[in-house]
Design a protein around this ligand. Structure first.
Ligand SMILES: C[S@@+](CC[C@H](N)C(=O)[O-])C[C@H]1O[C@@H](n2cnc3c(N)ncnc32)[C@H](O)[C@@H]1O
Length: 223
């Protein structure tokens, strides 16, 4: 094992074994997330992940579901190397990682279709435009009528917000004013604006949520 590489601002310090990175937070939550995904993903699903980080979430899910094909992505090159290293365990079911930065125009050109777009621990530690881009992508890239969008992370729910999530929100905004723990109602409104139906909310450990949205028959007919 060698020393951790220099860490970009949106990433925690990660242990590495050659190119394969290990995230402390993914180590804590990857099994709970994979259990939800393994239950909800349709048979033979093609999945696009936004902000895949180390690739541990993809690897954990692919270990549970042998029928799934996974497209990881991240703007961070060390993360992409790690995703590709984890992906070598899965006989081509984890595709080579893509350098997708959702604030860059044209990021979705030539992509899709997918059965699901998933993003864990990303929309609070990136500009709100990233959440908007995922909503827009759901209109263009998801198979219908049962395409899924899955988010995992902390959310604000007015007075019911966990104190730890309020602290985390202050911490994020101090680091970057464009970051912050998103209001659940804002995320729901954004997704509804793209014709997605809120399918399920799963309370997860440490005051996090899994949020699952589904497409309608067509982008126009689902409002
Ligand atoms: C806290 S990490 C989460 C990584 C991984 N999803 C996990 O749960 O372990 C946030 C990730 O979002 C990615 N990210 C930040 N801004 C992004 C953007 N504009 N487009 C796509 N991904 C972005 C970062 O590179 C990083 O991998």
């Amino acid at each position: 094992m060698s020393a951790p590489r220099e860490t970009p601002p949106a990433l925690e310090a990660r242990r590495n074994e050659a190119d394969r990175l290990f995230s402390p937070s993914a180590g804590r939550n990857r099994h709970a997330i994979a259990e939800v995904l393994a239950r909800i993903l349709p048979a033979q699903a093609w999945v696009l992940e936004i902000g895949s980080g180390t690739g541990e979430h993809a690897a954990t899910l692919l270990g549970l579901r042998q029928d799934v094909v996974w497209q990881p992505s991240d703007p961070d090159s060390a993360s992409r190397l790690s995703e590709d290293a984890w992906g070598s365990d899965f006989d081509g079911r984890m595709k080579p990682s893509l350098a997708l930065d959702l604030v860059r125009p044209g990021w979705m050109d030539g992509l899709g279709p997918f059965d699901a777009i998933v993003s864990m621990n990303v929309i609070h530690i990136a500009p709100w435009d990233v959440a908007r881009a995922i909503a827009e992508a759901s209109e263009h890239m998801l198979n219908r009528p049962e395409g899924l969008v899955y988010f995992y992370g902390p959310f604000q729910e007015g007075e019911a917000t966990a104190p730890s999530n309020l602290d985390f929100d202050r911490n994020l905004k101090a680091r970057n004013p464009d970051w912050g723990v998103r209001a659940l109602s804002d995320v729901q409104a954004l997704m509804a604006g793209s014709g997605l139906v809120s399918l399920e909310r799963v309370d997860m450990p440490a005051n996090n949520l899994s949020l699952i949205f589904r497409t309608g028959v067509s982008a126009d007919a689902s409002s």
